[in-house]
Structures are given as C-alpha cells and as structure tokens.
Design a protein around this ligand. Sequence first.
Ligand code: AHR
Length: 633
Amino acid sequence: VITVKTKTVSGKIAPAMWGVFFEDINMGADGGIYAELVKNRSFEFFKPLMGWTVNGAKVKEGDFLVLNRAPEHTANPRFLKATVRNAAQGDAGLLNEGFRGMGIKQGLRYDFSVMYRQQQPGVKLHVQLLNSNGKVIGDTILIPSQQNSEWHKQAVSFHASGTEPKAKMQLWLEGNGIIDLDMISLFPADTWKNRPGGMRADMIQMLADLKPGFIRFPGGCIVEGFDLSQRYQWKKTIGPVEERQLIINRWNFEFAHRPAPDYFQTFGLGFFEYFQLAEDIGAEPLPILNCGMACQFNSAELVPLDELQPYIQDALDLIEFANGDAATHWGKVRADMGHPAPFNLKLLGVGNENWGPQYIERLKLFTKAIKDKYPGIQLVNSAGTDPDGERFDYLNKELRNMQADIIDEHYYRSPQWFMQNARRYDNYPRRGSKVFAGEYAAQTDKIASPHNKNNWLAALSEAAFMTGLERNADVVTMASYAPLFAHADGWQWTPDLIWVDNLQSYGTPNYYVQQLFSLNKGTAIVPLRMNNDVIAGQDSLYASAALDGKTNELIIKLVNVSGKPKTYTVELEDAKPAKQAKLTVLQSDNVNGVNSLEQPKQVAPKTAEIIIPGKRFPLEAAPYSLSICRVRL
Ligand code: AHR
C-alpha cells in the first residue's frame, strides 16, 4: 500500500525547477540551433579558407586572396579579395561545404546575403545550391549595386527545388573586375519565429516543448575556454553580427571519435539572442560567467586577484544589460538592439566547475560587488564535478559558510549511481543554500564513447533519481540534464538529450523523462510513503507525489526499475474520493532501447484517462516504466 497525505505540504516546488542547460558543444550553436548554413562566412577560422574550396575552369593562383586588416578591425579582420577576368559561370568560384553539409528543404525560401566593396561595377554573383550529386536545387543572382570605397550589405532570396541533407553552396563570379567579399551568409526562411538570421525552428521547438523553467547558457566549459584569452566574453557576442569577434570553440579538438578541427563560435547567437530565447520559451535566463579561471581540464590559468576587476565589471554590466533601462549605458545597448523592455534577470552563475581555494577567493570578490549593487540577484556557485569526493566536500562547506544562494552540483555517473542516490538530498540541511543539479546524465559507457547510449536504462535511472529531487524540492530548486544537443555527424560528448542531423531532430528517452517531470511538476510536495518510509528503491520502486495548486490535482510519479509489473494500492489520506485520473506511461521492455532519427518515438509517452474508484485504488507500474498519474481532487 502506498499512502499519500494530500493535505500535508512538506515543501514548495520552485516554478523554475526543471530547466535546460545549453552549451555550444556537439555543434549545438554553430551548425546547430544557429541557422546559418555557411561555414566560416567571414574567413576568420584559423585556416582562413576552412569550409571553402576555390574552384573554376579559369581560376588562377592569387585570384582569391584573404586579406587581414587588423588591427583596425579587431572583431572581423579578414575579408576575401576576388579578381575575375572575363569570367562566365563555372570559371571562377567558391564552394562552401556547410556544417557537415547544409540541410535544404524543397519549396523553402533561402536568404542569401553578403557584404561587398567594389570601386567599379562588373562582377555578378551566381548562387547555387548543389545536392550530393552536384545537381542544382536552387539558384539566384546577386548584382552588387553600389560602387565606392565603402562596404555594403546586399541580400537576395530564392526557393529550393529539392530537399537535401548535405547540400553545398557554390558561388560563381561572372564578369570582369575586383570585388571584396565578407559575411557570406545563407539562412532558411523558416527560422524560429521567422526571425531573419535566427535559430533553427525544429530544435527550438523541442526546447519549448519541454516548457523549461530556466535556460542556463552559454555552458559549460566554453565559459572558461582552453585558456583565458579564449574564455566566453559576453560583450563580444552582442551588437551587429559582423562586429562580433569569433573565437575557437573550447570543444575544438580531437575528442573521442569525432575530430572537429573546424569548430568555432561565430556568435551570431550571442547573449542578446539567449535572453530573447529564454523569453520566447518562458524560461528564466541563467547566464554563467567566467570567474577569472580557465578550464581546469586544460590549464590552471588564473587571473591574479588584484586584476579581477574587469571580470567583475562584466558581471555588473551584464545585469545592467539585462535589466537596466535605456538611461543606463548597457540598458541602452539592449534597447538599441530591439528590446527596450528588461529581460528580468534574476539568476547569475559565477564560475563553471571551478574548484579549490582559488575559486572561493575569486568568488568572494564577485559576490560582494554584485550583492552590494544588486542584492536581489541570486548567485549560482559551482561545487565542481565530483559529487562524492573531497573537492566537493571542501567547496560545499566553504560555499555554505559563505551563505551561497544556490550551489551547482554536477554528476555524470552510472545508472546504478543515479538509483543509489535517490536519497542524496533527504538529509541535506533544509535551511541555507539551495541546490542546483546543474549537469547530470546517466552514463552507460565512458563519456564520449560511441557506445555511451541514451538508452532506456539510463533514462529510467534518471527518472528514479529525479523522484528524489522532487521529494526534496525544498532543497533542490533547479535541475537540468546535460548536454542538451548533439549533431549526428559532429559530436564530442555522449550521451546528449536531443540528437539532430541537418534536417531532423528527435528526443531521446531521457528527453521524454525530462519533459514528463517538467510538464507534471506541481506546485508543492506531499508525503508519499510505503510502510511509513519514502520510496527510493524498495521493491525496485522509486516514487514521489506533488500537488498542482493551479489545477487542484495530485500528481503521483512511480518509477519501476524491475522487469516485473507491480500493482500497488494507493490510499489517499485527507482527500475527498477521487473519480478520474490521467495516466501517462513511458515504458519499454528493452532497457537497451533507444530512439533514433529513423525511429524517433520507440520510447515515447502514452496517455490514457482512467477511472479511480474513490480514496483507495490500484495503480500499476509496468515493467521498466515511469508512470505519472494526475488525480483530480
Ligand atoms: O556537459 C558537458 C561538459 O561537462 C560541460 O561543458 C562541463 O561543465 C562539464 O564538465
């Protein structure tokens, strides 16, 4: 018998409890949610023509030169100078390979744009999309209309006549003359909210469908960088895209089986767009900033304490950028970018997976400066990557002594660890610092191994663990799976919540677990017991219960990690007899089962209305299942 006390609230569930963690890893941003199709559009990758091939029957050495005008243009120093002589189509051109190809859809409009400079007219640009057989599946012509010593931007749109996941873009230069080219860009028209230069709609829809309480960005290790020169600096990611200074991606190295030497952050997707995304999907924005320490996996580079002020100033300025009105410097920058209203930033992270006394001493300086100026901002502090080790114990103690608002714990562990740790937070102090389970995912093999699958066992173990998070929602106020996205042809890490290719995306079983907890989170925790004890593994069952004060429903979550069906009698204490309920079940008999691009819904939830005969009713937990029962009270 499982008893539920429907009138005894043991804690509130934070509205932002279940959120998402976004990082540009596995082609999450460039080649992922950022819908730009042209790779290395401004020739700034470390090999200037990465992604491009110069081609054509008459092209000669020196006809296409990449020039560097640093230091006057520090953000976008390079451009391409093309010289053409009586060229026809096919004589002189450039082919762009896209991000592992370009996903092109039949009938869809594509917007091509370019920045150019020419003293004399004479060169036309033919734009062609080629499918994998080299057939043209969309083309247009752009005739640069200005001639002087200035740079101009010009755009032209056309429709694709075919669908192709790995298309390439061919530019042929026709005519006679010299032209400078930069920011050569191609976007599909069907971006999220149809914003020009925007985000890939199917991927963002997957996020929106999670109804996340928060979105943490921009990472992860990319916040830190290989070294401090390559750390994420939010001020370089805002304003006109051609003035955003790209950097090498922290995940650009040979990792596991997917070398990605061409992985850069071009920042067409920057902090303004992240805030806008958060607003679009109803999530609290949670930016994380560098604390003056580089990624400790690579180096221990530190900013001396007496040189930390610019880093702290970045944090103060970010709050002004998000929340200040147009009379403030950074509030005006935001307003000028098209968002006069504040973004209502309430949460800010300082440091990602940094540890040791070096982290604590830097954090104290950040905390004082931020709290002095913005006492209402809740700070998220890192407790590292080692949930059971000495490093964690040290940080946890120090952070609690500092009365940290929210402590960010990360765990990438086995499915067994997740099941065994369903009681992790039962004995945490109920007062003081709150916990953010900021990055977690069950690992069925080594991190980044191709065998490390998002299988049903991993997802089920996360569901078991998450009942423990929910039961302790008075302590754990936020949680997010990580990483969020991975591209099938360009990943550095497994497992990941959502997988994509250039045209499609699908949710893993873990995605559906996240979604079911998020859509069924309720507003308050109520005690659910078996033999007077919380249910955290007895009889292979994990369970929690919540009330939804908005809909007046009781939400029971049961996770059966055994291969046997179990039927329990649920007894509602202090409740009127219930009549009807909605039962949603995520189940597979195959714990190794996965979803895939070909079979995206092998493991997906099914919902049915059920009749409940009063205050005592049977509830079945199918073998290897997560069941969510919403009882109308
Ligand atoms: O989620 C992938 C990486 O795991 C993140 O960048 C980092 O914070 C953690 O180590």
